[in-house]
Design a binder for this molecule. Structure first.
Ligand SMILES: *Cc1c(COP(=O)(O)O)cnc(C)c1O
Length: 375
């Protein structure tokens, strides 16, 4: 069976984790947490990176930092993971969903402005498949209306938009290191902070509302409760697992891109024949091969294709059920405008296996079986 996902693992991780255990240093903000944050800061040129227990938690931190309150409205796509909305619903805010673009499955930037009301406080672009949203337009709308931007870059590490790393363009950016992502620590994530003046507040929120980070830097004599907060630090053992992958991040990225390109080339004849729709990478976007997806004609054809692949020992899966159609989405959010693409395109989309240890031969075999289905 060819699995849909195999979590990334690099052998040096076992040594690094053992080192944490032997030194009895497994709590948060240890050696490996610092190494991971420093690596991310260097690669993304962001003011600060704080490692978190998940991308969900990084987004919750961003919502707290942005001062989101009950009744605030936050604009986001409906075609996304639940955490994008949850982080704001937890603060009593209302997710206002707008339609997506069919070419990238990202929020349709031309539909954002019409959804803005006097209650709107921010925009949450989600970079689907590690391919950037149209950030120039989004940042321009935000600036003109005085809104913050929190990027859900859960899938976007090492991707760029016009040369800028995803997660560093908005006020805050959130990465995921869940086991389904390009780099993993089992459960984990990171908050990227663009503006230096927001760093101290973020450190306080992450450390249960205390100034403990300052204490460790020797800036205060003892630490105390200074604000609201929670506990968003991962164990250093998880960071050790992640750091082993970051050390060879480019090797992993290149391998994924090679597999992605091979899928694309193999399936291009089907796209040219009008059978399948392949993903679009807009000019100015460099992606990280987080995912290889394609679109069948409709739900019925997709269901049959997934079954055909499964019969050939290949696991292919569909993706998000639009949030505005889910029970919590109906309860807490609303869709602005017409759902032209969100439901229709989400019902057509399927994802093919994509992970570091997948081989080119396996990609060829998978493509052969997709072609067989359409023959
Ligand atoms: C994976 C993912 C998340 C959640 O990440 P966790 O680290 O599991 O909390 C949020 N948003 C998107 C778009 C994701 O793909």
């Amino acid at each position: 069976m060819i699995n849909f996902n195999v979590p990334p693992y690099v052998e040096t991780a076992a040594d690094y984790i053992q080192e944490c255990v032997k030194n009895q240093k497994i709590c948060g903000d240890g050696t490996y947490t610092k190494k991971c944050s420093a690596w991310i800061e260097e690669r993304t040129h962001t003011a600060k990176c704080l490692l978190t227990t998940s991308c969900t938690h990084a987004t919750e931190m961003a919502a707290l930092l942005a001062g989101v309150k009950a009744g605030d409205e936050v604009i986001m796509p409906s075609y996304t993971f639940v955490s994008t909305a949850d982080a704001f619903v937890l603060r009593g805010a209302v997710p206002v969903f707008v339609d997506i673009r069919p070419d990238t499955m990202n929020i349709d930037e031309t539909k954002i402005e019409a959804a803005i009301t006097e209650r709107t406080k921010g925009i949450v672009p989600v970079h689907y498949a590690g391919i950037s949203c149209e950030m120039d337009t989004i940042m321009d709308i935000a600036a003109r209306h005085g809104l913050w931007v929190i990027e859900d870059a859960a899938q976007g590490i090492l991707s760029t938009y016009k040369g800028k790393p995803l997660g560093t363009i908005g006020d805050y950016g959130c990465f995921s290191f869940h086991e389904t992502k390009n780099y993993s620590m089992g459960e984990g994530g990171a908050l990227l902070i663009r503006d230096a003046e927001n760093i101290e507040h973020a450190e306080i929120i992450r450390e249960k509302g205390t100034d403990r980070s300052k204490f460790f830097r020797g800036q205060v004599d003892k630490y105390t409760w200074v604000d609201y907060g929670s506990s968003y630090l991962p164990s250093d053992m998880n960071a050790a697992y992640l750091y082993a992958q970051l050390e060879i991040a480019d090797v992993i990225n290149d391998k994924r891109l090679a597999l992605w390109n091979r899928y694309y080339e193999n399936l291009s004849p089907l796209a040219e024949a009008g059978k399948l729709v392949l993903p679009t990478v807009p000019a100015g976007c460099v992606h990280n091969a987080h995912m290889f997806y394609a679109k069948a004609a409709d739900l019925k054809e997709r269901t049959a294709l997934i079954a055909h692949l499964k019969a050939n020992e290949i696991l292919s899966v569909f993706h998000y059920i639009p949030l505005h159609t889910a029970p919590a989405g109906v309860k807490y959010g609303r869709f602005h405008g017409e759902d032209i693409c969100t439901t229709r395109e989400s019902e057509r989309l399927f994802r093919l296996p994509m992970y570091y240890t997948l081989t080119e031969e396996q990609v060829d075999y998978i493509c052969e079986k997709v072609k067989e289905f359409y023959a």
